[in-house]
Design a protein around this ligand. Structure first.
Ligand code: NAD
Length: 357
C-alpha cells in the first residue's frame, strides 16, 4: 500500500515527537512492505513566524491532498500575547473544520507497568482499564448560537446547544462500529433527564442500537458518568457523547491514567482521511531538550494505520512494541516515578520501540 502523510510538526516538543512517530511509521511500513511518504507543512507558532498566520492555505491544501495527517502540538509563551484569532491554537479549529472532522476518538488505557502513575487507589483500578471515548466534535453548544440579550435579571449572556438527528446518527454509527472492533460494549452519556437535545440523542442512539444486536448498549447521565469514571473505570469499554460532555469526560479519563505523554487521539470525518495527534500540548518547559515522551505521538501513528488505512496488524505491531518496551522497564522522565536508573531521552525511547518492531 502507498501512504501519503502530511506532517504538521508545530511548536515546542511537536517537531521532536512527530519525527519520532514518523520514524516508527517508516520502520513499520518497511516491515510490512508498504511505501510511506511524508510531506511537512507549517502550523501554529512556527507558521506565524514564517508566514504571519497560524494556518497557511498551503497547509490546508497539503492536508486535503494527503491520505492522512499527523500533528504534533501548537502554541507556546512566545505567541501568548497575540489576539485570539491570530494565536497558534486557532489553527487547530481551522484545520479540523477544513478537513470536516466531526469525530474525536480518545483512548485511555492504564498500562499495568505504569500502574503507580494513576492517582486512583489499587482497589478502584482493579485489573486496569482500557476506555475509548468517542466525542462529537463539530456540533452542540460550542458551535450553537450565542450572544448577549436582555433577560429577567437584566443583561445576560447565552449559548445554545443544538443537535440534529443526522449529527447524532453519524457519531452514533462510528461509536457502534468502534465498539464492534473492541469489547462490544457501548455506553452513551447524556443528560436526558433535563436537556431536550439529550432526549433526541438518547432516542436516536436507541434506534441505531437495534442495528447492532452484538453490542451491549447502555445509557448513563453525565453526572453519574463523571463519578463512575473515578469509582470503577473498568466498567467502560466505548463511551459516546456530545461535544461538551466529551471535552470534560475525556480530560477526566486521561487524568486517571496518570500519564499525559502516553495518550493518543484521532479526529475523523467522512472518508478515510483523519488527523492524528497526542492529547498533550507543546510542553514548552521541556522543548528542544530531547526529554519529551514520544509514545503519545507514536500511538497516534498506530491509530492512523488502523483507522485511516485499515492496517490493524501493523497498528498492533506498534502498540505491542510500546507495551514490551514499558514492560522491560524503559521510561522517559515523565513516567519514571520511583523506577531505578536514568530516564531515556525522546530519541532513545524511539530507538527502543523501533528495535522491537
Ligand atoms: P502541555 O500538555 O503542553 O504540558 C503540561 C505538562 O505536561 C508540562 O509539564 C509538560 O512538560 C508535560 N508534558 C506534556 N506532554 C509531554 C510529553 N510528551 N512528554 C513529557 N512531558 C510532557 O500543556 P500546557 O503546559 O497547558 O500547554 C503548553 C502549550 O501547549 C500552550 O501554548 C497550550 O495552548 C498548548 N496546547 C496545545 C495543544 C494542541 O496542540 N493540541 C493542546 C494543549 C495545549
Amino acid at each position: 500500500m502507498e501512504l501519503n502523510i502530511a506532517l504538521l510538526r508545530g511548536d515546542g516538543i511537536g517537531p521532536e515527537i512527530v519525527d519520532s512517530a514518523a520514524a516508527v511509521l517508516e520502520k513499520t511500513a518497511s516491515e510490512f512492505g508498504h511505501r510511506i511518504y511524508f510531506t511537512p507543512y507549517l502550523i501554529g507558532g512556527a507558521a506565524i513566524n514564517a508566514v504571519g498566520k497560524p494556518l497557511p492555505q498551503e497547509t490546508v491544501d497539503g492536508c486535503l491532498a494527503s491520505d492522512s495527517v499527523l500533528l504534533g502540538a501548537v502554541g507556546g509563551p512566545e505567541w501568548d500575547d497575540l489576539p485570539g484569532d491570530r494565536r497558534p491554537e486557532k489553527a487547530l479549529l481551522g484545520i479540523r473544520a477544513a478537513l470536516g472532522l466531526y469525530t474525536n476518538l480518545r483512548p485511555a488505557k492504564l498500562y499495568p507497568s505504569l500502574r503507580s502513575a494513576s492517582p486512583l487507589r489499587d482497589e478502584i483500578v482493579g485489573s486496569g482499564f482500557d476506555i475509548m471515548i468517542v466525542r462529537e466534535l463539530t456540533g452542540g453548544i460550542y458551535f450553537g448560537e450565542r450572544g448577549y440579550r436582555e433577560g429577567r435579571f437584566g443583561r445576560e449572556a447565552f449559548d445554545t446547544e443544538a443537535y440534529s438527528v443526522t449529527e447524532i446518527e453519524r457519531i452514533g454509527r462510528i461509536a457502534f462500529e468502534t465498539a464492534m472492533k473492541r469489547g462490544r460494549r457501548l455506553c452513551s452519556i447524556d443528560k436526558a433527564n433535563v436537556l431536550e437535545t439529550s432526549r433526541l440523542w438518547r432516542k436516536t442512539m436507541h434506534t441505531i442500537a437495534e442495528e447492532y444486536p452484538e453490542v451491549e448498549y447502555s445509557d448513563m447521565f453525565v453526572d453519574n458518568a463523571a463519578m463512575q469514571l473515578v469509582r470503577c473505570p473498568g466498567q467502560f469499554d466505548v463511551i459516546v457523547t456530545s461535544n461538551m460532555f466529551g471535552d470534560i469526560l475525556s480530560d477526566e479519563t486521561s487524568q486517571i491514567t496518570g500519564s499525559i505523554g502516553m495518550l493518543a487521539s484521532a479526529s475523523l470525518g467522512e472518508g478515510k482521511r483523519g488527523m492524528y495527534e497526542p492529547i498533550h500540548g507543546s510542553a514548552p518547559d521541556i522543548a528542544g531538550q530531547d526529554k519529551a515522551n514520544p509514545i503519545a505521538a507514536i500511538l497516534s501513528g498506530a491509530m492512523m494505520l488502523r483507522y485511516s488505512f485499515g492496517l490493524s496488524e501493523e497498528a498492533e505491531r506498534i502498540e505491542k512494541a510500546v507495551d514490551k518496551v514499558l514492560e522491560e522497564g524503559w521510561r522517559t522522565a515523565d513516567i519514571i516515578g520511583n523506577s531505578e536508573g536514568a530516564p531515556l531521552t525522546c530519541t532513545k525511547m524511539t530507538e527502543k520501540i523501533i528495535e522491537v518492531i
